[in-house]
Design a protein around this ligand. Sequence first.
Ligand SMILES: Nc1ncnc2c1ncn2[C@@H]1O[C@H](COP(=O)(O)OP(=O)(O)OP(=O)(O)O)[C@@H](O)[C@H]1O
Ligand SMILES: [Mg+2]
Length: 423
Amino acid sequence: MENIAELSIAVEPLTSDITIADVGDLFLQPAYDRFLSLPVVRDGEPLGVISRYHVQRILMGRYGRELQGAKAVKHFMNNSPLLVSVDRPVEEASHHITRNIAFPITEDFIITDGGNYHGVGFVINLLRGLEDKLITKNKSLAQSFSQLQASQSQLVQSEKMASLGQMVAGVAHEINTPLGYVHNNVEMARAAYDQLATLNEKYEQLISMLQSPDLDERAMQTQFSEIQEMREEFSNTFQHDEMRGLFSDTLYGLGQISDIVSNLKNFSRLDQAMVSNIDLNQCVDSTLVIANNLIKHKVEVIRDLGVLPKVRCAPSQINQVLLNLITNAVHAIEDRGRIMISTFSDGQFVHIIIRDSGKGIPAENLSKIFDPFFTTKPIGEGTGLGLSITFKIIRDHQGYIRVKSRVGKGTAFCVSLPIAEQP
Ligand SMILES: Nc1ncnc2c1ncn2[C@@H]1O[C@H](COP(=O)(O)OP(=O)(O)OP(=O)(O)O)[C@@H](O)[C@H]1O
Ligand SMILES: [Mg+2]
């Protein structure tokens, strides 16, 4: 150490073999010493390392002046080192240090405790502290994010189930009407068949009477008039035209039922991920079938559907969007009213406008209607999730939704979805 003044001190290039990721580990290993030490070389040859504290001691000791050109210590020591209070949060301390530390860094920083000297702090420790904190924070953020995602998809699912639940009641009613007359018609056909079968029996008896060797004329006469009576009764009860109509009505009713069932299947398909090129007019029509029971007694629906290019979408999700908007529109109409659904394309997007003649949305609510749980409906009637889920589905399809409303006049929602790119 006596010859320290003759030795040159070279700062090892710290970046050569140390990556940021290594810093944490180095801190715990003996190699860490190198980090806070300076290699001592003579004629370009390494002699060993000297700790930074040692150098500092020397600087402050008798060789210090010589190394620094015999200047007083105050000239090369930092007169006002940075002060960091021990109870400062690590991020705040780091901010303070990185903002105020002077380059080249001659020392790290001094930690104070209530204004008294507490110790020396090192930027590397601080960075490591920050890094540890960031890692923990990141972990907990990632955890909350995945929890949030899970509960969001649960919410979407439960809202879908709720809106489906509402619709099931309506659909049951829709099926009930054709089912009612199909049932009636079948009952009628059975009654006709019973009469025809009896008539047929009477004819068979008449034939065997005619074929019998001892022909009983009186009995045959009675049989004949009974048949005559039955035939008259039959044609009075079941006219031919009516019977034909009965069968075609029955087939029509069955067709209606199978329509509703296939729309329902299409509507509630659990193919959330399935994406195909769809004509949105089909979605409009199939949603109107499903919502018919809700609509038919109070709302006149006017469809103005243009010719549309295909849209790449998950049809069951778009049906859910349309059902939410149509249901809201019906709910906004207090007594009787109109819903107008128009579709058109501008070459880039397909637009669906659902306009109602309902009570409208006050300006102060317009910015809130897409928030989850915002509802003006009585407790138990609305969850306030319909529009927030609608918004999410449209955003997932790279589309957008706009709303315009006038209190007392009505509301219009416009859903715009990008058209499918040509293959
Ligand atoms: N067409 C509309 N006319 C008037 N108000 C509307 C219309 N659509 C939505 N709103 C308002 O926006 C609110 C939020 O709608 P949203 O569909 O998110 O929930 P909700 O209908 O109240 O409940 P949910 O859909 O879960 O049954 C409604 O409560 C209503 O105040
Ligand atoms: Mg709603």
